[in-house]
Design a protein around this ligand. Structure first.
Ligand code: SF4
Length: 392
């Protein structure tokens, strides 16, 4: 076998994407293990001070060659970015505009909570150039929302979508399935309600029980019945069928878009491109390094406000690790991994890198080859983690 060549990956390049983590929520939902503080909105101004310092520090470093980098995509995620007041959101947008160049074609997305997307916040975001909203709807069934400990109800979503759409037409809805007590017909009716609202994009996630969450503990005590594998699989299958029938094209394991409305920001992650990541718990990828910020909001605040780095961990990606990650991430997408693109991006030959595993997964019916591309089969979509485990 010829020796594998080191790559000069795209992640060497100046990032053209920016993720900002906003770590505030009114309450921590029982299933959530994201980086956030609940009920601590009084820290928001301090957070914005620290964020400014963190970004300025990064932009002063050698790895950032332009003084005001131009961005293709911006994403405010959380937590709940709309937990900030309208004034604080305005300040957050100004922090970005003062330090980065956004153009007419920049995709600028903000995650929002249907209960907190007030008219003044919508106006601030739209005026600042936000052109895509991702609403954390999760369900259109009030009992399911109560189980998930969400602070909005079905009725809130309709009014919210209408108000957001008057200023920001590109709306994505997040939905969760396999929730304790959720039946297949209830999930189908949630999908139908979502489709009826005509969003441009839908993301569907099976509920996971993460160690350390309240849901994990309740399940261990036998208080929460977890959906069976069969039911979860059927729910995912129904989502794929129903959304395809309504012209939502699945382009990634959890993502469905009307033509022309794929999330460009997420595609940056799946294609191994560089990105800035700021805020507690945020990750960034640049110079072949994955940088992980301190996950504790208070540690992040303390470090950054003291003039220290926000980064808690740096993983140097060796060429082969980068190539394997690129392969696994690429396989999450319905387009799959094109051999020529893979070679160009990683400098690794796909078959040299994973030939034996790929052939085995093809034989098992989990991967398929179509011309120069390999991708997950329908069956493989249910077992994507198993496929990833074989290839990493
Ligand atoms: S609103 Fe979202 S980020 Fe906040 S606690 Fe609930 S699931 Fe987590």
């Amino acid at each position: 076998m010829p020796e594998m060549q080191p790559h000069e990956s795209r992640s060497v390049n100046q990032p053209r994407s920016l993720y900002i983590h906003v770590p505030f929520c009114a309450h921590r939902c029982g299933y959530c293990d994201f980086t956030l503080v609940a009920g601590k909105d009084h820290l928001a101004d301090k957070y914005l001070d620290a964020l400014t310092l963190e970004i300025d520090r990064e932009l002063r470093t050698e790895s950032t060659t332009q003084s005001k980098p131009e961005l293709d995509t911006v994403f405010f995620g959380g937590g709940t970015p709309t937990q900030l007041s309208a004034e604080q959101l305005e300040r957050l947008c100004s922090i970005v505009h003062d330090r980065f160049q956004l153009t007419q074609s920049t995709e600028f997305s903000v995650e929002a909570n249907p209960a907190r997307m007030t008219d003044d916040k919508i106006a601030v975001l739209a005026d600042a150039g936000v052109n895509r909203t991702s609403l954390g709807v999760q369900s259109f069934d009030d009992a399911t929302l109560t189980m998930l400990e969400r602070d909005h109800r079905r009725a809130d979503v309709f009014g919210c979508v209408e108000r957001v759409r008057s200023r920001i037409a590109n709306i994505s809805l997040d939905l969760i399935f396999a929730v304790p007590g959720q039946s297949l017909p209830l999930w189908e009716s949630t999908l139908q309600s979502a489709v009826d609202l005509s969003p441009t994009h839908l993301s569907t996630y099976g509920l996971t029980f993460e160690k350390g969450t309240a849901f994990w503990t309740r399940r261990e005590k036998g208080e929460l019945p977890q959906a069976t594998e069969d039911l979860e699989r059927r729910m995912y299958e129904v989502a794929m069928e129903k959304l395809a029938a309504h012209d939502f094209h699945q382009y990634e394991i959890s993502s469905f878009a009307r033509p022309g409305f794929r999330c460009r920001h997420n595609q940056v992650y799946w294609t191994g491109q560089s990105y800035f990541g700021f805020g507690p718990g945020a990750a960034g990828l640049m110079n072949n390094e994955r940088r992980q910020n301190h996950r504790s909001v208070t540690t992040w605040l303390k470090k950054v406000l003291a003039g220290e780095s926000a980064i808690g961990d740096v993983e140097k990606l060796d060429p082969e690790s980068f190539a394997r990650e690129l392969l696994v991430l690429g396989l999450r997408t319905n387009d799959g991994v094109d051999r020529a693109w893979f070679q160009e991006t990683s400098n690794f030959d796909l078959d040299q890198l994973g030939g034996a595993s790929i052939r085995r997964l093809v034989t098992q019916g989990l991967l398929e080859e179509k011309g120069a591309t390999i991708r997950l089969t329908h069956q493989g979509r249910f077992l994507a983690d198993t496929v990833a485990g074989e290839l990493l």
